[in-house]
Each structure stands twice: as structure tokens, then as C-alpha cells.
Design a binder for this molecule. Sequence first.
Ligand SMILES: [Zn+2]
Length: 63
Amino acid sequence: MAVPKHRTSKAKRNSRQSANDKRFLGELSLCPQCGIEKLPHRVCPQCGFYKDRVVKAPKNQNA
Ligand SMILES: [Zn+2]
């Protein structure tokens, strides 16, 4: 197995890690029901709304 010859610098390491982080999810669309930003073609995480109807129960409502 190959062994690294030199220690990776902080700048190189951080640059590589920032290029691969998953903070950016891509383009977001607005939920027509509650107006929050959500991923397109996904059920809204807040109200469970998709395609003119409620698909799954909302997560943050206890009543
Ligand atoms: Zn919503």
C-alpha cells in the first residue's frame, strides 16, 4: 500500500475538504404551501406537502 511521502499542508487539506463538503444541496425551490426553501421534486420537510396534497404527516406538529 502506498505511503504518503510528505505531510499534507493545512491549506491543501482544508481546500480538499471544503470542495467535498455537502453544505451546498443544489438549487432550492419554494414550498407552495408554507413557503420555505426545499429541494425540488421532494416532499416539503416542514408541512409534508407535495403536488397539491399532503403526502406525509408534518414533522413538527404535536397536536
Ligand atoms: Zn411546506
